[in-house]
Design a protein around this ligand. Structure first.
Ligand SMILES: NC(=O)c1ccc[n+]([C@@H]2O[C@H](COP(=O)([O-])OP(=O)(O)OC[C@H]3O[C@@H](n4cnc5c(N)ncnc54)[C@H](O)[C@@H]3O)[C@@H](O)[C@H]2O)c1
Ligand SMILES: [Zn+2]
Length: 354
């Protein structure tokens, strides 16, 4: 895998389609069959936009799955592989993932295993997909309620960013993506955090500012990932907010669905408190983070003791654990993060009660 050398090629808006068109038509005349993976929502809202921009893609094979995290499992992948087989996909075929993080995770994973690997392009259509899920070569699916338990590292041909897709997203979905952008500021770039704090949430009214921030956010993530693609060390800082966040997301997946980014916002609040307690984060930085994040997404109900114990059980299965110890990435200050931090259970519990 050439991850270390290549990095992803990101292209924006109109120019992105020109680059993709050129690539599909001329650069790789070896591409035989194009498959576009969508869910039922991106089929309706996003596929027509893709067709408007690249007309000849209307002739491609469309593979449509149901939308939602529940579909992100190995059985869906098997169905997609069967479809690819039936439609005579071969090693010269290409998959275009047109959707949010669920689609790019599933489609990237299928591309990495079908016939031992075929090419793929990511066209993320959610904010979270653009700034996070489609960036950084991780693909994968859930195993029952364990998030992203099966997966691979696999590099797309291109990452195409078209902010037009964001216009049909709900405010909650925008918030979910914002969470990861804010995280990028908190772990690596204080001035980016400050800029994010000032942006108005309405993307349509503030399109240019948002474009700039989306681009910057992708660059922050790429810079971290390219130094440590396989997450042996530094890349772990991207997990800030995610040890608790993933546990919340897994726990609530079957009860009362909670969006990935929303669970990360809550996770970042609790993990900032832990950072303040044991990792040198100053009280003023902690308060700044808490007041901004909790205004963005107020936590309505305190988590009960019973739930806290269940969440701890989930954290014990976190892939990031080493030697059976739950691992955290914790802030030292806004813009600086440490990884491989072990936190006593009592403190994790306390963080929920704060
Ligand atoms: N691989 C990674 O590094 C990585 C990183 C972060 C998150 N993820 C994964 O990403 C997933 C979450 O991503 P998500 O929030 O994009 O979820 P999603 O793909 O389920 O999209 C959210 C919802 O928005 C709909 N949608 C997509 N584009 C739309 C558009 N333009 N207009 C209207 N509706 C649209 C989808 O159909 C879906 O119902 C999780 O499974 C998470 O584990 C992966
Ligand atoms: Zn995340």
């Amino acid at each position: 895998m050439k991850i270390e050398k290549r990095g992803e090629f990101i292209h924006f808006d109109k120019k992105a389609y020109d680059v993709l068109k050129h690539y599909l038509l001329y650069q790789v005349n070896s591409i035989k069959n194009i498959f576009i993976l969508v869910d039922d929502i991106t089929y309706t809202y996003c596929l027509p936009i893709l067709f408007q921009n690249i007309n000849f893609l209307k002739k491609s094979n469309i593979i449509k799955i149901k939308s939602g995290e529940k579909e992100k499992n190995i059985y869906t992948c098997i169905q997609i592989c069967k479809n690819l087989e039936k439609l005579q996909a071969d090693r010269k075929s290409l998959i275009i993932n047109l959707g949010g993080g669920v689609i790019t995770d599933i489609g990237g994973f299928v591309a990495s295993i079908f016939k031992r690997g075929i090419r793929f392009v990511n066209i993320p259509t959610t904010l979270l997909g653009m700034v996070d899920a489609a960036v950084g070569y991780k693909t994968g699916v859930n195993l029952d309620s364990i998030k992203n338990e099966i997966g691979s590292f696999y590099v797309p041909e291109f990452l195409i960013i078209d902010t037009h897709f964001l216009k049909t997203l709900s405010k909650k979905e925008i918030l979910s993506g914002m969470a990861e952008m804010l995280k990028h500021g908190l772990i690596a770039d204080k001035s980016f955090w400050k800029k994010m704090n000032q942006i108005q949430i309405d993307i349509i009214k503030n399109e240019n500012e948002w474009k700039y921030l989306i681009h910057k956010s992708i660059l922050i993530k790429q810079k971290i990932v390219n130094q440590d693609p396989k997450e042996r060390g530094l890349r772990k800082i991207l997990n800030f907010g995610h040890t608790i966040g993933h546990a919340l997301e897994s726990y609530f997946m079957n009860v009362n669905k909670i969006l990935h980014g929303i669970s990360v916002i809550i996770g970042m609040i609790y993990e900032s408190w832990i950072s303040f307690k044991i990792n040198g984060l100053s009280i003023s930085d902690y308060q700044e983070i808490k007041s901004y994040l909790s205004a963005l997404y107020p936590i309505e109900n305190k988590i009960s003791n019973l739930e806290i114990n269940k969440l701890l059980l989930i954290m014990e299965h976190d892939k990031k654990n080493e030697e059976n110890k739950i691992q955290f990435s914790l802030l030292q200050e806004i813009g600086k993060c440490s990884y491989n931090c072990q936190v006593p259970y009592s403190l994790i519990k306390e963080s929920f009660l704060n």
